[in-house]
Design a protein around this ligand. Sequence first.
Ligand code: MN
Length: 296
Amino acid sequence: MSTEPSTLQRISLREAEITPGFTVRRALPTRERRMVGPWCFLDHIGPVELAGDQAGMHVDEHPHTCLQTFTWMIEGEVMHRDSLRSEQIIRPGQVNLMTAGHGVTHTEDSLDSSRRLHGVQLWIALPEAQADMPPAFHHYPELPRWQEEGCELTLLAGQHARRQAPTLMHSPAIALDIHAPAGAELKLPLSAEFEHGVLPLTGQVRIDSKAQAFTPKEFAWLAPGPQIVTLHLAADTRLILVGGTPWQQNVIMWWNFVGHSREAVKQAQTDWEAGSPRFGTVPHARRRLAAPKLPW
Ligand code: MN
């Protein structure tokens, strides 16, 4: 039984401006790797201290298709509003999951009372069979949470060690939040069929016997195969681990759209530009974001 991943890839995060003046660090997609299982987008937001009149994170009304947005805050609170009339404050310790399916639109605004923001937003691609499902929004205030080897673990999605997260998934996938306040060495059993990604949000982690640590500037990709991975976590390290069955279907990502063909993405963009009822509207939204011109 192999206990070492046969392949471990080191991927540098890149900066991305999600709204003017507000920059995040993006782990997926990058040139080196587009997806980890169904996870097709991974933005690390902050940690950022909002000083004086700095506005925070305000993302105006924009559409999504064929994906789920998955938001997990470590610090700070964000108001989510969508075309299903959902209005939900996203708080640390809770998963918020919006399933776009055929089409949805939403806004995201950090609360003025939140002067520190730290979190992640991920997208999960929907399989072809669910691409056009009706949109939905789910808020999960309670998640499996436990202590192990000096670490605090929270299961955000999928199954782990006989635990099951309530989060609605459409493909085999896992997401775990691991925090080691005083540092720890954690042996983590993994599904051999899954590929995995490890993103430190604070601190640093060494994986198995590899000498070089990963910091929040880097994302570690682990090939399918290893059954147990050993994480050497420095004091006050927090990371998220995501995984899933390597994706076999065609996936096109353009702006805020995911689709299984260019035609599907082009149709979504045409419908958004035409103000089609497909996406609905967010009550009291300030303005709709315009899609950039399609590259093809
Ligand atoms: Mn969005």
